[in-house]
Design a protein around this ligand. Structure first.
Ligand SMILES: Nc1ncnc2c1ncn2[C@@H]1O[C@H](COP(=O)(O)OP(=O)(O)O)[C@@H](O)[C@H]1O
Ligand SMILES: [Mg+2]
Length: 150
């Protein structure tokens, strides 16, 4: 299922993220796509607030940051990765079994590491201009997440 929102300003992006967060479940995988500055971290930050997490930063220099909230949040950034090898080296497969929410920025870089079922979130736009946000769900649990966003 695909859902697209056009002309999304920053507060609308935050609202989308918060609404999505309310439907999250242990093991949920959110795959974020989009250029530098598109708003991937902004999206994760707003989503995290809904989970009671208020210290999300851009994890560019660390591959993963772990946060404790109503669900654990594992915030990955694959920006610096050439392929999935480094992800596996830090125990990526363990994270998949830890019943938290995984939000991964720059999934473009590690397509081979992604699970079959996930929610893809693609952000387009930059600077102060409104964004286009496209959600693609793969799997029934993720379809349900999107139904709640409509
Ligand atoms: N509509 C919008 N959606 C998301 N971010 C926006 C929007 N308008 C302005 N911004 C700003 O754009 C920047 C996005 O940065 P960030 O979330 O770190 O991007 P990324 O993680 O994709 O590199 C932030 O400074 C944010 O305040
Ligand atoms: Mg970022």
């Amino acid at each position: 299922m695909r859902l697209r929102f056009n002309q999304v300003d920053e507060s609308a992006l935050q609202l989308l993220a918060q609404k999505l967060a309310r439907g999250l479940f242990p093991g949920a995988f959110l795959a974020l796509y989009g250029d530098l500055g598109a708003g991937k971290t902004a999206f994760v930050r707003a989503l995290a607030q809904e989970l009671g997490i208020f210290d999300v930063q851009s994890p560019t220099f660390t591959i993963v940051r772990e946060h404790a909230g109503t669900l654990p949040l594992f915030h990955f950034d694959a920006y610096r990765l050439a392929d999935a090898g480094e992800l596996y080296a830090i125990g990526f497969e363990d994270y998949l079994t830890r019943a938290g929410v995984i939000a991964m920025e720059w999934c473009e870089n590690v397509p081979e590491a992604l699970p079959d079922e996930l929610l893809a979130i693609s952000l387009a736009g930059s600077g102060l201009s409104p964004r286009t946000v496209t959600f693609d769900s793969r799997g029934a649990q993720y379809d349900a997440l999107l139904e709640a966003l409509q």
